[in-house]
Design a protein around this ligand. Structure first.
Ligand code: 5AD
Ligand code: SF4
Length: 430
């Protein structure tokens, strides 16, 4: 079997889960599509564009299927959940459609497909966490661990509560055990994943408890987490991050908009004042903490004034990084019933202003790091040149350093920053 993953990190984790399930059934995993008897696409529905990409990919696979008619093609993930049997009706080459809570039964659906029938499994579950299933992971430095599934927040723009169902947490113990195994295998970084990790709850044990337990497994393993919701971020969590050296000083805290009126329409359940207070508090409790965010441009009814408020908040907070998007209406969400009334060219212009501002801020922040010393975890060879290695700081900044015989992937290395762009730092090792 061969799998392609689109969308968020949760999907990456789910693909490993799916590989784990199929491997146990005797399937062999291959990175070469031509060798596969099963081709799976783990898909994303978060924006229209994400779905368009999959449809293009399916058109491309049509030719493949013509030449290899016995190959089973399956759609997993959020698009499977959203479009269900329509996918099979519209795209004849699709044999199997399985949503995020039915992966356990994937082998059955594949069997059906090998027998010439279509397999559809899209029931959502209130309890499925897959915590007993070991994901398939190649040896490496960094691992994703889904500690929760689903989302109960119902932000008005977001399709995730519909595609991934209700929120539920894995047990703390199962996560700790998984980290212990990763430690034995030499992993150096784990990222705990959930749509809203701050509402993690295992019989009263909250996310701060989970982070502390995970961080205590192996002090040589860095612990990251995403995504945090500004409403649920507790002081206890901030103190926990500060207290554990190996919990990274980096918080992804989506703001979405700087306007209280828009935040309310988005059903984000916080005000910008609450958000700014939270940032201030976090900066006090965790010296040197870095922040990234998500921002949506052109939500329904957004005025120039609202847009300006978003730019103002960005200037005030000075995020280290941001993921920035144009609003995309998603069927079934509350915002879908609102008129998508910001014209496309205005959305594009506002998004570009947001991107330009963020690049300027990131560039300035990174310039200030020149001359400083940072510890990086070396993660691999640089994508651009095999003479260089790539790593990240605790604050999640990518640092490129020259290759050296005594530096290995997985090492923590002290580097001096000598040059910086808005996206990358360049360092030297003494
Ligand atoms: N349109 C644009 N961006 C969206 N996001 C989620 N839904 C939409 C949408 N309908 C963005 C949000 C979220 C990130 C994962 O994707 O910023 O935080
Ligand atoms: Fe991930 Fe959301 Fe996309 Fe689903 S819709 S893959 S949860 S980003």
């Amino acid at each position: 079997m061969y799998i392609e993953t689109y969308g968020c990190q949760m999907n990456l984790a789910d693909s490993e889960l799916v590989m784990g399930i199929l491997k146990k059934q005797g399937y062999e995993i291959t990175n070469e599509i031509d060798k596969a008897n099963v081709i799976l696409l783990n898909t994303c529905s978060v924006r229209e564009h994400a779905e368009e990409k999959i449809f293009h990919r399916l058109d491309h696979l049509k030719r493949f299927k013509r030449n290899n008619p016995t190959t089973v093609i399956g759609i997993l993930g959020c698009m499977a959940e959203r479009l269900r049997k329509n996918l099979i009706e519209e795209k004849k080459i699709v044999d199997v459609v399985v949503g995020p809570d039915e992966y356990r039964r994937l082998p059955e659906y594949l069997e059906l497909a090998f027998g010439g029938e279509k397999g559809i499994g899209v029931k959502l579950s209130r309890t499925e966490t897959y915590e007993d299933i070991e994901p398939y992971r190649e040896d490496g430095i960094s691992a994703w661990i889904a500690v929760m599934r689903g989302c109960d927040k119902f932000c008005s723009f977001c399709v995730v509560p519909f595609t991934r169902g209700r929120e539920r947490s894995r047990s703390l113990l199962s996560v700790v055990k998984e980290v212990e195994k990763l430690s034995e295998r030499g992993f150096k970084e784990v990222t705990l994943l959930g749509q809203n990790v701050n509402s993690y709850n295992d019989n009263g044990k909250d996310f701060a408890d989970l982070l502390a337990a995970v961080a205590s497994v192996d002090r040589n393993i860095r612990v990251r987490f995403t995504t945090s919701h500004p409403q649920d971020m507790s002081d206890k969590l901030l103190h926990t991050i500060a207290e554990h050296n190996n919990i990274c000083n980096y918080i992804h805290l989506p703001v979405q908009s700087g306007s209280n009126r828009i935040l309310e329409l988005m059903n984000r359940s916080y005000t910008i004042e609450h958000y700014l207070n939270l940032i201030e508090k976090a900066r006090k409790i965790i010296p040197g903490v870095s922040f990234s965010t998500d921002i949506i441009a052109g939500f329904p009814t957004e005025t120039e004034e609202d847009h300006q408020m978003t730019l103002d908040v960005m200037k005030e907070i000075r995020y280290d990084g941001a993921y920035m998007f144009k609003y995309s209406p998603r069927e079934g969400t509350k915002a879908y019933n609102m008129k998508d009334d910001v014209p496309e060219e205005i959305k594009i212009r506002r998004l570009n202003e947001i991107i330009e501002l963020q690049q300027k801020i990131s560039f300035e922040i990174n310039q200030q790091l020149i001359g400083s010393e940072e510890v990086i975890l070396v993660e691999g060879t640089s994508k651009k040149s095999d003479q260089f290695l790539s790593g990240r700081t605790d604050t999640n900044k990518v640092v490129i350093i020259p290759k050296k015989d005594n530096i290995n992937i997985g090492d923590y290395v002290k580097v001096r920053i000598i040059r910086a762009t808005s996206a990358t730092l360049f360092g030297e090792v003494n």
